[in-house]
Design a protein around this ligand. Structure first.
Ligand code: NAD
Ligand code: GLY
Length: 360
């Protein structure tokens, strides 16, 4: 097992990464009170819930569970309320812990509930998808979707601990593994060319579920994210770089309806669009753009999106949280392996990029 820390002063917390990790020994020191609410979904309930309930009960904890329906379309206020119902029905107090057992949807919702319940209780992340292990479980962004925009309602809430167990990825559908690889590729493109070369070398092993390779990819991704979050927790600057591909991606996801395309798939095509615009701006070469497309395709991810009317695409982009004073800012590649956040881009070129990266 390897351990990383997110260095946030007295809110510093560890990320445990390995295979067949023991929740009892690893999580026990981070459960402050006696009450634990495990929030999960109907899929993970069948796979892992009883194991966690048993382990935590054997530590003498009072364990209650809240099982939500499975899917991005349930990441809304109505289902968030079910977590509050469960906490209140169980009679839980301010020293309780909310434990998220699931992917990014469960992590974001459980985290937001823990930020709001009695104005904030303890929170633990047990991410079970590759995407949540490399991205959403680290850094404290939590929230829900609104029909007019994704992740529009939320809070920053750092967990006490993150435990990422590669063995849990054995049951993850292949499409979801690929979606997680999109976020892994993101770290390489935005800040680590050596990691890009490593991914090019090991993509087949990662797709085949090699747990040692997956643990290395998770470690390297989390190390990037932990460093950025420690420097800029509330996204006043550098943290926005983690949104490479996301402004285009959110427009794709929102237009298609949450859940039709996976978040990682939309981000993958969004990264192609960001790289394409960077190339049209003369910042990266045609070879760099091709290299970006190749690694994304090798991860079995889409490099173009379905036809979306330009005005609608642009209007979804305008809802992006990086819009400041009405001005859109994009994360682009100054070089391959070096991202920047900028409002200095050519809007006509951006429109061409959107239109020309749509499938016939
Ligand atoms: P998800 O949570 O919907 O999980 C994907 C699917 O895999 C679900 O059907 C789930 O039930 C299933 N699943 C999860 N773990 C499994 C396992 N071990 N075995 C079998 N099936 C399993 O999707 P996701 O990709 O993990 O997360 C996407 C969400 O994360 C989006 O809502 C996105 O907005 C959010 N996100 C948040 C942040 C952040 O910083 N907070 C960052 C990136 C993404
Ligand atoms: N997923 C982007 C961030 O956490 O900032």
């Amino acid at each position: 097992m390897q351990t990383l820390h997110v260095e946030l002063g007295d809110r510093r917390y560890p990320i445990f990464i390995g295979s067949q990790l023991d929740p009892k020994t690893l999580l026990a020191p981070y459960i402050k009170g006696q009450q634990v609410m495990i929030v999960t979904n109907t899929t993970l309930e069948q796979l892992y819930l009883s194991h966690y309930v048993h382990d935590l009960e054997s530590l003498g904890k009072k364990v209650a569970t809240c099982v939500l329906p499975d899917g991005e379309k349930y990441k809304n206020l109505e289902n968030l309320n079910l977590i509050f119902d469960a906490l209140l029905e169980a009679g839980f107090n301010r020293d309780c812990t909310v434990l998220a057992l699931g992917g990014g949807v469960i992590g974001d919702m459980a985290g937001f509930a823990s930020a709001c319940f009695q104005r904030g209780v303890y929170f633990i992340q047990v991410p079970t998808t590759l995407l949540s292990q490399v991205d959403s479980s680290v850094g404290g962004k939590t929230g829900i979707n609104h029909p007019l925009g994704k992740n529009m309602i939320g809070a920053f809430k750092q967990p006490e601990v993150v435990m990422a167990d590669m063995a849990q990825l054995r049951t993850l559908p292949a499409r979801e593994l690929s979606a997680g690889l999109a976020e892994v590729i993101k770290y390489a493109l935005l800040g680590d060319l050596e990691f890009l070369a490593w991914l090019e070398q090991h993509m087949d092993g990662l797709l085949a579920g090699d747990e040692s390779l997956l643990a290395q990819a998770v470690y390297r991704s989390c190390a990037h994210k932990a460093r950025i979050v420690a420097n800029d927790e509330k996204e006043q600057g550098e943290r926005a770089l983690l949104n490479l591909g996301h402004t285009f991606g959110h427009a794709i996801e929102s237009y298609l309806g949450y859940g039709k395309w996976l978040h990682g798939e939309a981000v993958a095509t969004g990264m192609v669009m960001a790289a394409d615009l960077s190339q049209r701006m003369g910042w990266i070469s045609a070879e760099d753009l091709q290299r970006t497309k190749n690694i994304i395709q090798r991860a079995k991810l889409p490099i173009s999106c379905p036809k979306i009317p330009l005005d609608e695409f642009l209007s979804y982009m305008a809802h992006d949280k990086k819009v400041l004073n009405g001005q859109l800012r994009l994360v682009l590649l100054q070089q391959l392996g070096q991202a920047v956040i900028t409002k200095e881009f050519d809007v006509e070129k951006m429109k061409q990029v959107i239109l020309e990266n749509q499938a016939e």
